[in-house]
Design a binder for this molecule. Structure first.
Ligand SMILES: Nc1ncnc2c1ncn2[C@@H]1O[C@H](COP(=O)(O)OP(=O)(O)OP(=O)(O)O)[C@@H](O)[C@H]1O
Ligand SMILES: [Mg+2]
Length: 287
């Protein structure tokens, strides 16, 4: 089990995690949700021992996260960061092989090879296994990083927005694979998600952060209500049912529009009022 107890984290004078207490149980998928800047990546990084924290405890399988030997921890816990970077020129297969690093000292064993093949297959990467990671599309690269984490075969699996760049088919595939790892192999999976409907479709438990605080923990049914979504996101996004499932209709909600397009001022389909060119939204480091 992962037990987070009264965790506090600051960046300079800014509190980023405030008295966070949560637990993650093996055999389940926990979706970590919350608005941009609410502290999700910070929490995951603290659990993965990638950043220090000021106060509180994090225990992994009963041992403080800082008390684990580095290699033992890497055999126990894997983490996919939000924007994984790899400066080395590696092929897809070599990236996935990296996931086996904590398990072996020398060349890959049969067990390593089986885990690598399994992960490559699950992410449909076998045909591009020899391609350099730098030559791939965004989604292909993301699948390679996910495959690396799968190949690591850890009991605790933390993934920060793994669905970034994935098309609908692969987004569903990744969630289905994570669910299988949890339910059939007893892994504890924590996955940061922005698509609340993916959380609703696959998570066993949803933990929500707002301004660094846990504001909700519950099942999908508990979570998918306008009241809870307003508590988490500040907007009472409507929830409907599609078949048996709750489904949040955020795509066209007025709160999703830019301020100048607020409903009372929005032009009715007036192309001549559209901006002459698209705003420059490409981040400077976009490649
Ligand atoms: N290295 C850092 N130095 C200073 N402040 C940071 C640093 N990393 C994150 N922060 C701040 O901590 C807060 C939480 O950031 P975090 O990345 O955990 O949010 P998040 O919930 O993952 O958001 P997103 O959905 O945008 O990924 C934000 O206010 C952010 O600006
Ligand atoms: Mg983040």
């Amino acid at each position: 089990m992962i037990e987070i107890t009264h965790l506090h984290k600051r960046y300079g004078s800014q509190p980023v995690l405030r008295d966070v207490t949560a637990r993650v149980v093996p055999g389940t998928v926990t979706a970590l949700i919350g608005a941009n800047g609410s502290g999700k990546s910070t929490l995951l990084s603290a659990v993965g021992r990638l950043i220090p924290f000021e106060a509180g405890r994090i225990d992994i399988a009963g041992t403080g996260v800082h008390d684990w030997h580095h290699r033992e921890l890497a055999r126990m816990l894997s983490i996919l960061r939000q924007a994984p970077r790899l400066d080395l020129r590696l092929t897809v297969e070599e990236v996935v092989e990296f996931g086996r690093f904590p398990h072996n000292e020398g060349p890959p064993t049969d067990e390593d090879r089986a885990a690598i093949e399994d992960a490559l297959g699950l992410m449909s990467l076998r045909e591009i296994r020899d391609r350099s990671i730098h030559e791939l599309s965004g989604g292909q690269r993301q699948r390679a990083f996910i495959a690396m984490v799968i190949a690591q075969e850890t009991r605790y699996v933390l993934l920060d927005e793994p669905l970034n760049n994935l098309d609908m088919k692969y987004a569903g595939r990744v969630m289905a694979v994570l669910t299988t790892l949890a339910h059939r192999r007893g892994r504890a999976v924590v996955v940061v998600l922005h698509d609340i409907n993916m959380a609703a479709a696959y998570a066993d438990t949803v933990v929500a952060l707002r301004d660094g605080e846990v504001v909700h923990v519950g099942s999908v049914e508990d979570t998918m209500t306008e009241t809870v979504l307003e508590r988490v996101y500040g907007v009472p996004f409507p929830v409907v049912r599609v078949g048996e499932r709750p489904f949040c209709v955020y795509h066209t909600h007025p709160a999703s529009r830019a301020p100048e397009q607020a409903p009372e001022q929005a032009p009715e389909q007036a192309p001549e009022q559209a901006p002459e060119r698209a705003p420059e939204t490409t981040p400077p480091d976009h490649r």
